[in-house]
Each structure stands twice: as C-alpha cells, then as structure tokens.
Design a protein around this ligand. Sequence first.
Ligand code: NAD
Length: 334
Amino acid sequence: MLKTRITEFFGVERPIVQGGLMWVATAELVAAVANAGGMGFMTALTFPDAERLRAEIRRCRRMTAKPFGVNLTFLPTLRPPDYPALIRVCVEERVGFIETAGRNPEPYMPQIKSAGIKVVHKCTSVRHALKAETIGCDAISIDGFEAAGHPGEDDVTTLILVPLARDAVDLPLIASGGFADGRGLAAALALGADGINMGTRFVATREAPVHENMKLALIRRRETDTRLIMRSLRNTERVLHNRAAEKVLEIEGRGNTRIEELIPYVSGRVGRQMLQDGDVDKATWAAGQCIGLIRDIPTCRELLDRIMAEAEEIIGTRLADMMAPGDRPSPPHA
Ligand code: NAD
C-alpha cells in the first residue's frame, strides 16, 4: 500500500488518477476507477448541457460510494460551453474535486472555491503550475510531451517537467503523460510526484464505453504511432496516427490553416461517432506515446491491482535490494 499526499488529498487508496477523457470518462469508467481505489474525473464537456452532467453525476453516485470528480477543459471549441452552469451543477451536486485543464481557470475560481470544491489544475509547463498555485489551486497535474490530447507547445517531456514542477510548487503533484504501468508509477514517485494520471491506458479497459476496435487499435499500435496535429493553430493535439490525422497534417502542410478546413476530421461530433461505431480512421482521436506499453484490455480493478503490485515490488524489493545492507537508511527511532 502506498500512502502519498495524493491519496490523502483525494481520500482514495491508490495514487492513480483517471483524468478527463472526452466522450470516454462517463459514469461507467469513473465509477470503475473509483471502485478500484483510484480517482476518476468525469468529463463535463462530454454532455450536451449542465443538466445532463447532473444526471451523469447522480448515475455515477449510484455506481460507487467512493470519491470522484469532474473535469472542466477550457480550450477552443466549436460550440462555447456554458461553464458557469456546469460549475453550478458541480456545486449543487456537492462534487468535491474539479480538474481544470487547457487554460488558466482564474475567472472561475471564485465560483468553485467559494463552494469549498478543491481544484486540481492540469497544465503543461512549470510557469503555469506556478500561476495555478498563486490563484489558489489545491493540487497540480503536470502533463509531459508524451501525453495524449493537448500537451502544450513547449515539448518538454515528463522526465524533465515533473522534477522541475516539484522544485517549483509545494502543492500535491500528479505526474501525467506516458504512464501505463507500475514502473511508471514508481518512476513518477522517484521524480517527486505524489501520484500519476493516466488517460490512454484507461481507454483500453473493459469498462471504457468505446467500441472494441478502438481498444484493439491501442494494443496493436506502437509508441511511434502518434502524431501532433493542429500545431499550426497553436492548439497542438497528440493523436493516434490514422487516415484522419494524415489528412489534417496534409492540410496543415499547405500553410495558412483555418480550423474550418479541419472540422470534418477533428470535430468532437465525428469523433464521438467513431468511438461508438469503431471506424478507427474516421476522425482524429487522442492517444499518448504510452500506447507502446498497452498490451491488453483488463478491468480497471485488474489494471490498478497490477500497477500497484508492480510499483510496490520495484520500490520495496528491486530498488531496496540495490542498496548494500550497510547503506540502507535505518527506520526512524530504530
Ligand atoms: P470541438 O468539436 O469543439 O473541436 C474539435 C477540435 O478542434 C478540438 O480539439 C478543439 O480544441 C479544436 N478547435 C475548435 N475550435 C478551434 C479554434 N477556433 N481554434 C483552434 N482549435 C479549435 O471539440 P470537442 O471534441 O467537442 O471537445 C470539446 C473541447 O474539449 C475541446 O476544446 C477539446 O479540445 C476539449 N477536449 C477535452 C478533453 C478532455 O479530456 N477533457 C479531451 C479532448 C478534447
């Protein structure tokens, strides 16, 4: 059992977080992660309006008595979401934790914090982590270049970002980007993080509400099979290399890209259809470099059990055995 500032912060057993996943982080997945001892975030923008988010929060509560939170992503969208209404529902439904991502959540902090909700800000640079601390966020999730979705524009890997973020901020810290197994968890803790966030790995679980083809695609593809799209719009997204991603890159290669040209391939509406019908080339879909490490489709419980066992073996045995007996630190008051 690993007790960290993140398990304490969320009141969960395991320092493993399932961050926001557009169209995927619905009650089924979030409750499965919670019931397996991790921390799940339901993705607010997946639902057409605030009342549908409310219904999903209530549905999730019927599936788990454990803590879970709501992800609010602030990125450019084709249809502007009603963020104050989404936050109002979180307040009324007594959600304990909100994961913000994409942009500085400062405009919404008074509404969130006055209700006593804790904010985990997911960001992609140390300067944004520092800003988040200044505006009153309660924890930081730092997202390295390996990550799926929007890894920012700085291209700094998790290996560098995590220790830098640890040096810079005092808040509980979650390492994100590239994590899929217990080796990653042990490494993240060694780098100074208090837990890990996984996204892509959770898509390849039994409970993820997506077509089997999507899960099988994650198993079959390798760490080299992702691409960065929308860089020309300064809204870079790491996606699986498929026909839609190739088409987007071809359009971007012509220069002077306008979002309107990319909509047929990148819009959430088409992406959602693809996740349901399993046509893996229909649209772009977020996937991290950790696909190279994904080899099966376990339940969330099996996945978390395995990650914890592996991390505990590495920390308690493999690394401990590397220390000569005389060099091992003695327990306090021994
Ligand atoms: P959407 O259909 O509104 O837009 C499709 C894609 O185009 C998104 O990546 C979006 O960021 C981008 N986009 C839209 N307008 C743009 C503009 N003017 N300039 C540059 N890029 C633009 O997106 P959606 O699939 O309905 O998702 C809604 C929001 O959630 C988007 O902002 C998306 O990026 C974000 N998102 C969140 C998560 C998460 O896990 N929380 C994951 C993926 C995407």
